[in-house]
Write a protein that binds this ligand. Structure first.
Ligand code: DGY
Length: 325
């Protein structure tokens, strides 16, 4: 017999659903659109657990409709859709999935650096369109070797990208809220933000979206970058002022952008960014490998079940209200 009621607000991998369904009655939103707010309020009224997706806002108002809630779990490392303080005030632990997606996301981040630098996307499109006529009229890129990669937001994914970049002969500098204590081991150098923008050939954004980082790349920041700079964002679209990025690319204030995340997201097919030749956009696939998404799903299911049972979540964002063993 099911011992708990769990609301799942969107897509969930079958492996996670199976773990949860063994002991829980699951009420799941299965449409491709976001669950209507009023319906969600109705569903969470008697829910013990909530399994969220990034497009659902978890705030005080939602929590007020869920008096029985013991745990919230989300299969992502980012949680900018969640008011963590509101969860903490109500004693509800929130679980996410750090660690398990580090290498997949680092691969994608460095893959975008490489694709942008060598114009792989444009070259492939030229061949596919039947426009490859000779060995001269082909897209030329730039070397990675000897160039400076400036990483903004240097956590474990940044450290994993640094290794990949160094293997290609790049120098890695970074800006972070705190200077890391393992620079000597990583071979990385801390930089002030403006100095990083001015001296990097490639600027890679990995910073989480917070009140402080929202819009941190705007007109002024693009103006500081080299005209030959490549801008790569694998974090969250709203860290960037999209209009300012569009202008910087259109006027060639910077050379190129490769974006795995956008604001808005998904980016509409008629968005002005898509009219530019110097931008490459992928559909938020940083962690999207079969193996990694499977690990994320299982960790999210473990977080959920632990919270329902009043046990410590293996990965808890608000540790002060995590259950004790
Ligand atoms: C994450 O885990 O935060 C990735 O961006 C996927 O949403």
């Amino acid at each position: 017999m099911a011992s708990y009621k769990v609301v799942v607000t969107g897509r969930i991998l079958p492996s996670a659903l199976e773990v949860i369904s063994r002991r829980c009655a699951v009420q799941r939103w299965e449409e491709a659109t976001s669950i209507p707010r009023e319906l969600l309020y109705e569903w969470v009224k008697d829910a013990d657990g909530l399994f969220t997706t990034g497009d659902v806002r978890v705030d005080d108002e939602l929590l007020a409709h869920a008096p029985k809630l013991r745990v919230i779990s989300q299969a992502s490392v980012g949680y900018d859709n969640v008011d963590i303080d509101a969860c903490t005030r109500r004693g509800i632990p929130f679980g996410n999935t750090p660690g398990v997606l580090v290498d997949a996301t680092a691969d994608l981040a460095f893959g975008l650096v490489l694709c942008a630098a060598r114009r792989i996307f444009e070259g492939a499109a030229q061949v596919r369109n039947g426009a490859w006529k000779n060995g001269y009229d082909i897209p030329y890129g730039v070397d990675l070797f000897g160039k400076t990669l400036g990483i903004v937001g240097m956590g474990s994914i940044g450290a994993a990208v640094a290794k990949r970049a160094q293997a290609s002969g790049m120098r890695v500098i970074y800006h972070n809220r705190r200077k890391r204590s393992d620079d000597a081991v990583l071979g990385t150098t801390y930089s002030e933000f403006d100095a990083l923008l001015e001296s990097s050939d490639f600027v890679l954004v990995l910073a989480p979206l917070t009140n402080e980082s929202r819009g941190m790349f705007g007109k002024e920041q693009f103006a500081r970058m080299k005209p030959t700079a490549y801008f790569v964002n694998v974090a969250r679209g709203a860290v960037v002022d999209t209009d300012a990025l569009y202008e910087a690319l259109k006027t060639k204030q910077i050379a190129y952008a490769a974006l795995d995340v956008t604001d808005p997201e998904p980016l509409p097919g008629d968005h002005p960014l898509l009219t530019l030749g110097n931008v490459l956009i992928t559909p938020h696939i940083g962690s999207a490998t079969h193996e990694t998404r499977h690990r994320m799903a299982l960790l999210a299911a473990e977080n959920l079940m632990a919270g329902l049972d009043g046990k410590p979540l293996p990965a808890c964002v608000n540790g002060s209200v995590n259950y004790r063993g």
